[in-house]
Design a protein around this ligand. Structure first.
Ligand code: NAP
Ligand code: GDD
Length: 348
């Protein structure tokens, strides 16, 4: 049985990845942060009683900024593959917390690489490591962006990802560590964090359609992104680690849409006039925006046969259907006197 270790297992991608690795027969170990409330919603359906002998999902407390604990849990997990997904992944927030974002994104990645190198050296069995890079690294470089496009990062988040990418390449070249960098374009799902654009829109629009709120506050409607489905993208991560020679890949759909296009698509699905509900709030603008990301994923298609299965239309359908059910539950609770979800939670 192969063993995998995932940082960021409680996040969107970590949850889909854990699911697919368990389905493939892996034993899965995940790093989780101690929190004062449960933070495992996205993987609760995968959770197994640790007293059960057949358990294949193990969760370990730790943090990528804590190198000692990190190394200990990687040693204990004894993985064949590490998927390093942990990050402060919100671009807008990275302008508010640049040092923290850099600490987790860049130094955290260095801690993971260093731990993997040391554990591999001691046990004399190779480790393969996937590092979660981002299309944000391309920043101001015009589309289409491929593996050969220069990085011109436009946010503290993107800079931290460029540093992490550089560390990963260096550990590959200097120590022969089997590291691959996935350069993933935006991907979403019903499990997407509610402060990212797609989910923010589907949560708000479905609530508006049921009379639970009136307005949705957004920032820049003109930016263009290449949006895919997270389930497809974790499949690409796994394929990248199955080759004997480590190669970095762009993962994208090859099609971009504006933020406005997404808003219109979601509101249209619900027969709502988006202009009657959407307002602009400058707090959601970024000091430096990335205007246009559209990936050229021909290398991964050619080498690994990976292609996205879900396009933006199907993604929007999937997310609207999911969030309509969430909003219906919220309305039911409200109608039975249990109060409503605080507005701040759904329109952050
Ligand atoms: P996400 O939903 O924000 O999840 C981030 C995960 O990292 C969470 O499990 C979070 O834990 C964990 N984490 C944050 N700081 C940590 C720390 N200091 N130590 C340990 N764990 C920590 O992000 P995602 O969308 O799944 O993305 C996964 C990775 O891919 C990220 O590195 C992101 O930057 C990158 N990426 C994402 C996209 C995309 O469109 N989704 C595209 C390109 C690259 P908590 O649950 O405790 O907060
Ligand atoms: N979040 C958010 N909230 N974005 C908004 C809003 C708003 O109210 N209004 C407009 N936008 C625009 C942003 O300015 C950006 O151009 C676009 O919507 C997408 O924003 P996000 O969904 O926050 O994603 P992102 O593109 O900044 O970053 C995501 O994708 C990267 C890959 O390209 C994150 O998942 C990153 O972690 C990831 O690396």
């Amino acid at each position: 049985m192969k063993r995998a270790f995932i940082t960021g297992i409680t996040g969107q991608d970590g949850s889909y990845l854990a699911e697919s690795l368990l389905q493939r027969g892996y034993e899965v170990h995940g790093l989780i942060r101690r929190a004062s409330v449960f933070n495992t919603d996205r993987i609760d359906h995968l959770y197994q009683d640790p007293h059960d002998q057949a358990v294949r999902l193990h969760l370990h407390h730790g943090d990528v900024t804590d190198p000692l604990a990190l190394k200990r849990v990687i040693e204990e997990s004894d993985p064949d593959e590490i998927y390093h997904l942990a990050a402060q992944s919100h671009v807008r927030v990275s302008f508010d917390q640049p040092l923290y974002t850099g600490h987790v994104g860049a130094m955290g990645t260095l801690n993971v690489l260093e731990a993997a190198k040391e554990v591999e050296r001691r046990r004399d069995r190779p480790i393969r490591l996937y590092n979660a890079g981002s299309s944000e690294m391309f920043g101001a470089s015009p589309p289409p962006q491929s593996e050969d496009t220069p990085f011109r990062p436009r946010s503290p988040y993107a800079v931290s990802k460029v540093a992490a990418h550089g560390y990963a390449v260096n550990y590959r070249e200097a120590y022969g560590l089997h590291v691959v960098n996935g350069i993933l374009f935006n991907h979403a799902s019903p499990r997407r964090g509610e402060t990212f654009l797609t989910r923010k829109v589907t949560r708000a629009a479905t609530r508006i359609s049921l009379g639970l709120q009136d307005h949705l506050w957004l920032g820049n409607l003109d930016a263009r992104r290449d949006w895919g489905f997270a389930g497809d993208y974790v499949e690409a991560m796994w394929r990248m680690l199955q080759t004997d020679v480590p190669v970095d890949y762009v993962v994208a759909t090859g099609r971009s849409h504006s933020v406005r296009d997404v808003v219109v698509a979601v509101f249209d699905r619900l027969d709502l006039d988006w202009e009657a509900h959407v307002r602009i709030d400058p707090r959601y603008l970024r000091p430096t925006e990335v205007a246009h990301l559209e990936g050229d994923a021909s290398r991964i298609e050619r080498d690994l046969g990976w292609k996205p299965e879900v396009g933006l239309d199907d993604l929007v359908d999937m997310m609207v259907e999911h969030d309509l059910a969430v909003a219906e539950r919220e309305r039911l609770l409200r109608d039975h006197g249990h109060g409503d979800v605080p507005r701040g939670r759904v329109t952050p």
